[in-house]
Design a protein around this ligand. Structure first.
Ligand code: SAH
Length: 428
């Protein structure tokens, strides 16, 4: 006879039949009129219990509702984060206007000085050297995913393009510029802080030269066999969609026959398709982007590409009605949802274009389908694809599930950094 297993429970037995006592209601501090200062003179911000739990669970953002009272700070400070009893639990950047009040900097009580930022920048640079050796164009700093919340820096050869997205980084932009010059000796640093999210932080949009000289014209860089150009002052984002670079190059491998690229911008995917396909149709709503795409095609001596200035939704519907067929299709639309309320509409938009693309593919055809909407996560995106496949009455294989390039690391515990999905699908 086997003996029953030993009693393994480690907690106290609840012989009395009572469960755990309900937690005592938390004592909330009133809003402060002067900041609380820690032993080293650094302002201190206390969290309520839920905030402490969130911080301990590894989330790098703390929302306003999880602060214990208003800390009476101007915004942009490096602060000590403390729990309800005043124990130190980390250091963070404070934002006064954003719903996100605190952004993780360190679990340790370290000095957040020039050396601190120098080390974070060196670490970010080291990853790119390791993951993309010899590469001259890449995202050098990807915000919180590189331990530098609210800072984005892209490198285009001898030039850097930076975005300062929170007050703390805005206030330290000269320091960051000094450190970037020390690290990489760029010819110029462009400031592309002309982005809408700055409004959430109470910051105006700004654009211009931060250091050195502007590039004399668009900067050039290679993506596989294709030479691309980016206008650092006028282009979208910091000049180009660097997050898709590795996916652009991958797309060439799958291209064949008649190819279609929707939402082309200046041709990141379309030009790659043109290196392998017989013919490429690029659909882009912006005349200016379409004109640049034509220039890029000419510069790459790719004459098998036509740019159609149209709404991709209309183009796809008409192509289905006309019974057209393609061997390779790329869909890389702009973000369809800027906030949670827009998710349902975004998913409907994705479904419409993916359904039509699946209807347009020949047997064995490839669909490369991307989404940069972080409110629609990978599972939701895959569910949408499955439903589009069913409605299109096509059997579809998943060949690759990709994300942004390796210079756009994803931070565990911050799903928002996993915003880009890029599926490679094949219809039977
Ligand atoms: N695929 C590109 C990036 C696309 S960005 C790359 O990899 O580089 C999204 C592009 O879609 C923008 O250029 C924008 O002008 C275009 N766009 C937005 N709405 C559109 C629509 N309804 N139809 C066609 N193009 C659209």
């Amino acid at each position: 006879m086997t003996k029953p297993p030993p009693h393994r429970r480690s907690g106290p037995p609840s012989a009395s039949g009572r469960g755990r006592p309900p937690p005592r209601p938390e004592k909330l501090a009133p809003d402060r009129t002067t900041p609380d200062l820690g032993p080293d003179g650094t302002p201190q911000v206390a969290l309520v219990r839920r905030g402490v739990e969130r911080w301990q669970a590894g989330h790098p953002w703390i929302y306003r509702a999880d602060l214990n009272g208003d800390p009476a700070l101007a915004g942009g400070e490096v602060v000590r984060v403390v729990d309800g009893r005043g124990w130190f639990i980390g250091k963070a950047l404070y934002s006064k206007h954003s719903k996100i009040s605190l952004r993780w900097l360190s679990y340790d009580d370290v000095a957040v000085d020039a050396d601190f930022f120098r080390q974070r920048l060196q670490s970010a640079n080291a990853l790119r050297q390791q993951a993309l050796p010899g590469e001259q164009t890449y995202r050098l700093v990807h915000g919180e995913a590189d331990g530098l919340p609210g800072l984005v820096v892209d490198r285009y050869g001898d030039y850097l393009s930076a975005q300062f997205l929170v007050p703390a980084m805005e206030q330290r932009k000269e320091l960051i510029a000094d450190l970037l010059e020390e690290l990489l000796h760029p010819r110029g640093i462009v400031n592309r802080s002309d982005v809408g999210v700055r409004a959430l932080e109470g910051l105006p949009q700004e654009k211009g030269l931060l250091r050195g000289a502007l590039p004399p014209g668009p900067v050039s860089f290679d993506e596989g066999l294709v030479r691309m150009r980016a206008d650092l002052l006028e282009g979208q984002k910091t000049g180009a969609f660097l997050d898709q670079r590795e996916n652009h190059v991958m797309a060439a491998q799958y291209a064949s026959g008649d190819a279609l690229d929707c939402f082309s911008y200046v041709g990141g995917f379309a030009l790659q398709l043109a290196t392998r396909a017989r013919h490429v149709t690029a659909v882009e709503i912006s005349e200016a982007a379409g004109a640049q795409l034509r220039d890029n095609a000419a510069a790459n001596k790719l004459s098998n590409l036509d740019v159609v200035t149209a709404n991709a939704f209309d183009f796809l519907r008409d192509a289905v009605d006309e019974g057209r067929r393609f061997d390779t299709i790329v869909l890389d639309p702009p973000s369809f949802a800027k906030n949670k309320d827009a998710i349902a509409a975004a998913v409907r938009g994705y479904k419409e274009i993916n359904l039509r693309a699946l209807q347009l593919l020949k047997p064995g055809g490839i669909l490369i389908s991307a989404s940069c909407t972080y409110h629609v996560d990978e599972q939701a995106f895959e569910d949408m694809l499955a439903s589009a496949a069913a409605d299109a009455r096509r059997r579809v294989q998943i060949i690759e599930r990709r994300g942004a390039g390796r210079d756009h690391p994803v931070l565990l515990n911050l799903r928002e950094t996993r915003y880009l999905k890029c599926f490679v699908l094949r219809v039977l």
